[in-house]
Structure formats: C-alpha cells, structure tokens
Design a protein around this ligand. Structure first.
Ligand code: ZN
Length: 59
C-alpha cells in the first residue's frame, strides 16, 4: 500500500482509484501497478500528462 508521494515523499496522498493516488502537495496523480509507479501531472482542464521530472527508482 502506498502512503507516501513518490515525488515529494510526504504523506498527503489520497486514493482516487483502484491503483490511482493523488498528492495534494504536488497536485500530481500517480498510478501504482506492481513495482511500477507512473506519475502524471493534472492539467487545469483535468487531463493527465506524464510527469517528466520524476525518474523512476529501480529497487
Ligand atoms: Zn507529492
């Protein structure tokens, strides 16, 4: 279970879908599937774009 934002590391994370989470600090949405985390920026019109500043960390 994800309780920390992969971008800022804070716990301001809310679940918005089965595998979707939202960080109130960064205003980003991220999807967790197995060990893979994809982060999306939420645009003003509500559309999602891939968050490029986030480099996936290999474990
Ligand atoms: Zn965050």
């Amino acid at each position: 279970m994800v309780t920390n934002c992969p971008v800022c590391g804070k716990r301001s994370v809310g679940k918005v879908g089965t595998i979707q989470y939202y960080c109130w600090e960064c205003c980003v949405e991220f999807v967790v599937r197995n060990d893979e985390i994809k982060v999306f920026d939420v645009e003003l019109d509500g559309s999602l774009t891939l968050y490029n500043n986030f480099q996936e960390q290999s474990m």
